[in-house]
Structures are given as structure tokens and as C-alpha cells.
Design a protein around this ligand. Structure first.
Ligand code: ADP
Ligand code: MG
Length: 261
């Protein structure tokens, strides 16, 4: 093949926005020549590179749009440290069937037990599989809805919490919620009911929700819808944050001991 044809082909691939094929053409030509690869296999590998690169790019863009506060992965989760979380139940969630069946996931437990970690990790799995995800703390969600009242964009804002395939509402229960906040939470939960999954994390047990939301009627209406189709994880265990802190402190203590001895 002449250099001229090669250059023209790369140009054409770029014109067609097949960037990865343009980049990989040379490597695949050499590989095909060296290993006697058929035309069909050559084309298959070249096109496959383009498809994979696009999948990766799309997943990266969905992860950005999800607005995760940080990136966490299931592979980094230490199940031995938190035995109250059954690994096989999380593995089942990893299949993402819960998104298809519009089932909710509730992670309940004290601070530091991995509620946010697991929520983000499942959210990332969902992004990788092509689902639209949005991560928000309850406080952020309520304040943006309250702010939207000022310029009558409330319906538009509400829609942004209803449209994603998966909405992650983190930190329910840390801060007091006013009546309007509770009503907004009800709106989001009821609009998503049977239409889209929610992953919700909370440090409060369901019995406390009436007091937390300042209204027992709204609390039971929200819980009724959230729990109808749901997986609930009651995490009872030690804080991973404190473990890390303790490890750091004991390292520091032994370093000091080594210096002074
Ligand atoms: P929670 O949301 O329950 O308060 P986080 O999920 O924010 O707790 O966890 C606190 C920190 O500890 C995070 O950095 C998280 O990645 C880490 N962490 C918590 N549990 C585990 C675990 N079992 N294995 C690995 N890291 C963990
Ligand atoms: Mg958290």
C-alpha cells in the first residue's frame, strides 16, 4: 500500500470522525501483515477499537454528569471489615437489575460504615452500563428546589431529579428538614415511584423519619413509596474512617516511640 493511500485513508477516517480508527490504522496494518490476518479480522479489530473507545468516552461523560463527590469502586470495598453487608446482595445489585425493575436501595447505618462508598460505586457501574445517574445530598436537592421557587423554575428543577435512571440521595437525616423540604422530598419520591430507582443513604432508622421530616404523615407517605419495591441494608458496624484514623495514630505513636527510644 502506498503512503499516499495510507495518508488519504487516515484523512478520510478523521473526516468521518472515526478518530480511534485513524489512530490505530498503522498498528493494525503492521499486525495484519506480520500475522497474516484476514481482511475481515483486520476490519473487525479496527472497528472494535473505535466502538470500545466511544463506549469508554460515553461512560466517562456520564460519570461527569452524575456529579459524584469522589470516585469509589466496589473492588476497593473491604467486605471483611463490614460483615453486616452481605457481599452476594451487593453482587446482585451490581448486575443493575434493580434499575430495570425500578427498585430502590436503602443503605442505613451510622457514619463511616460505607453507605456513600457503596452508593457511588453502584452509580459508577450504572454509568458504565449506559444509565443516566445523578448524585445529590438531600440538603443540595432541597436547597436547589427551594431556590427554584424564586424564578418559577421548580417544575424544570423537579424534572432534573426525575429524569435520571438512577437518583442517589445521600445523607438523609444529618440536617433538620423544614416542612417545604419534606414536601419536595415527597414530590421527588412519588414522581419516581415505579418509574426510576433511588439509592438513598441515611443514619436514621425508619422510626425516626416522622420526627426528622417534622411531619409523620409525609414521612409515612414517602416511606410507603420508597419501600414498596426496595432492598434495605441495615449496616451495623464500626466506622472505616475511625479505623483509618486509629491506624494513622498508632503509626504516629510508634514512630514517636522509635524517635525517642
Ligand atoms: P458513610 O457514608 O457510611 O458515612 P463512607 O462511605 O463515606 O461512609 O465511608 C467513609 C470512608 O471510608 C470513605 O473513604 C470510604 O471509601 C471508606 N470505607 C468505608 N467502608 C469501607 C470498606 N468496608 N472498605 C473500604 N473502604 C471503606
Ligand atoms: Mg456518607
Amino acid at each position: 500500500m502506498s503512503q499516499e493511500i495510507y495518508t488519504k485513508t487516515v484523512e478520510n477516517l478523521k473526516k468521518l470522525k472515526l478518530q480511534m480508527m485513524a489512530e490505530m490504522l498503522d498498528a493494525h496494518i503492521s499486525n495484519a501483515a506480520k500475522n497474516g490476518i484476514s481482511c475481515l479480522d483486520f476490519l473487525h479489530c479496527l472497528v472494535n477499537d473505535e466502538v470500545e473507545a466511544r463506549k469508554q468516552k460515553a461512560a466517562e461523560s456520564r460519570i461527569k454528569q452524575a456529579r459524584f463527590p469522589t470516585l469509589k469502586f466496589l473492588s476497593n470495598f473491604d467486605f471483611k471489615f463490614q460483615p453486616s453487608i452481605e457481599k452476594n446482595r451487593i453482587e446482585e445489585l451490581k448486575t443493575l437489575r434493580f434499575i430495570e425493575t425500578k427498585t430502590n436501595v436503602l443503605f442505613l447505618g451510622p457514619p463511616g460504615v460505607g453507605k456513600t462508598h457503596l452508593s457511588i460505586a453502584l452509580g459508577i457501574e450504572a454509568c458504565k452500563c449506559g444509565y443516566k445517574v445523578l448524585f445529590v445530598t438531600l440538603e443540595e436537592m432541597i436547597s436547589s428546589l427551594v431556590a427554584s421557587l424564586a424564578d418559577t423554575s421548580t417544575q424544570f428543577k423537579l424534572k432534573s431529579f426525575v429524569v435520571p435512571d438512577l437518583l442517589i440521595i445521600d445523607e438523609v437525616g444529618y440536617l433538620p428538614i423544614q416542612e417545604r423540604g419534606a414536601q419536595f422530598l415527597f414530590s421527588v419520591v412519588s414522581k419516581r415511584y415505579e418509574r426510576g430507582s433511588i439509592i438513598l443513604t441515611s443514619n436514621r432508622s425508619f422510626a425516626d423519619w416522622g420526627e426528622m421530616l417534622g411531619n409523620g404523615v409525609i414521612a409515612s407517605a414517602i416511606l410507603d413509596r420508597l419501600l414498596h419495591y426496595s432492598f434495605v441494608f441495615n449496616i451495623k458496624g464500626k466506622s472505616y474512617r475511625l479505623r483509618e484514623k486509629k491506624e494513622a495514630m498508632s503509626k504516629e505513636t510508634s514512630e514517636i516511640a522509635a524517635i525517642v527510644s
